[in-house]
Design a protein around this ligand. Structure first.
Ligand SMILES: Nc1nc2c(ncn2[C@@H]2O[C@H](COP(=O)(O)OP(=O)(O)OP(=O)(O)O)[C@@H](O)[C@H]2O)c(=O)[nH]1
Length: 330
């Protein structure tokens, strides 16, 4: 009786669900829980043996069976999820499931992406699930397009946060990260340090050598600054023109001063000749630093930049090629 009912359903599915590029399958859970019947298109797509009218769930089902062989599931976690949804359908906890799975086709060496939906078609007299059916659609084109857009989005984001000349982060990138770190330092009551670095007499350098050489100089200085930083959490950016900025957390005032001195020395050690500089034969930088534990009442991330900038101004007025750090913290 059940078999003829199944046959009737198979005939109906063949008649009504005969769309191009749509796989359908049906299972008699009550009598043959390990078998599924499907259309020819599904047999083609998943390389199933066409000599039989049915296929084994445990051996050939693209999801439940030998998925380890053919389905490139990203993780066993995903496989478990699909299985759990299938169980929920059998236990009537859900009326329909919908999941996605990648399928590696060994004939073409290409991974396709499918969306699989299933529903209960018939209950038996005891109200238990008797027959379920489902469709599987190839969503490879949509998935690929989604990934392309995501990749482009990431690229645009990186471009919008990168200084094209030096490859360092730009002001926007810096302010975003400073905001996060400021809040964290405030919560954890740790020191936050901001260093403003400015090339000395850069206008004279540009006037003497021209803008292109000025650009090269900016790149070299940017590299010298970047290479002076050892921790991943030290964030550096080109803040504008010939000005660079750094922030980091968890260091003492002494360590901050040491790092500033290291940067200053490393820039001078690049030996970029600057015939017009009154302070050195080579390009030098001045640095203004500000370090403090952010306090809830009195500070904002921008205040750190303002004070670091004031100290930079002091370093310039003290003759350049100098570091000034907020003295109260030393
Ligand atoms: N080549 C080049 N020059 C730049 C760029 N951005 C800013 N500048 C130049 O940097 C110079 C900055 O000059 P000023 O602000 O007068 O400062 P300075 O000559 O370095 O003097 P001090 O900072 O007081 O030591 C200007 O000549 C700008 O044109 C850039 O992207 N490329």
């Amino acid at each position: 009786m059940r078999l003829s009912s199944l046959e009737k359903h198979i005939q109906e599915l063949n008649r009504y669900l005969n769309f191009h590029k749509v796989c359908w399958w049906i299972m008699d859970i009550e009598n043959e829980p390990d078998l599924f019947y499907c259309n020819q298109y599904m047999e083609d797509v998943f390389n199933l043996d066409k000599s039989l009218p049915y296929h084994s769930v445990s051996n050939t089902c693209p999801i439940a069976g030998d998925y380890l062989k053919n389905v490139e599931l990203k993780s066993s976690q995903q496989a478990k999820l699909i299985l759990a949804e299938y169980q929920d359908l059998l236990n009537q906890k859900t009326a329909e499931y919908k999941n996605q799975f990648p399928y590696f086709d060994p004939r073409t060496n290409i991974t396709h992406y499918f969306t699989s939906r299933a529903k209960i078609l018939e209950l038996n007299d005891q109200g238990e699930v008797a027959i379920i059916y489902g469709i599987i659609e190839d969503t490879t084109a949509i998935v690929r397009q989604y990934r392309r857009i995501k990749k482009q989005h990431k690229m645009f984001k990186e471009l919008s946060e990168t200084d094209p000349l030096t490859g360092l982060g730009n002001k926007r990138f810096f302010m975003k990260l400073l905001g996060f770190s400021f809040d964290k330092a405030q919560r954890e009551q740790t020191e936050l340090a901001v260093l403003m670095i400015d090339i000395d007499y850069f206008k004279l350098y540009n006037d003497y050598y021209g803008h292109l050489k000025g650009d090269q100089c900016l790149k070299q200085v940017a590299n010298a600054i970047k290479n002076s930083l050892s921790r991943k959490t030290d964030i550096v950016a080109r803040f504008g023109g010939e000005e660079f900025i750094i922030f980091f957390t968890g260091a003492s005032a002494q360590q901050t001063l040491q790092l500033a001195e290291l940067i200053k020395n490393n820039v001078e050690l690049c030996q970029i000749t600057h015939p017009k500089s009154p302070v050195s034969d080579y390009v030098t930088v001045s640095i203004g630093a500000y370090i403090k534990i952010p306090s809830i009442e009195n500070y904002a991330a921008e205040t750190f930049i303002k004070y670091a900038d004031k100290n930079l101004y002091k370093a310039k007025s003290l003759g350049r090629n100098k570091t000034v750090i907020n003295e109260s913290s030393l």
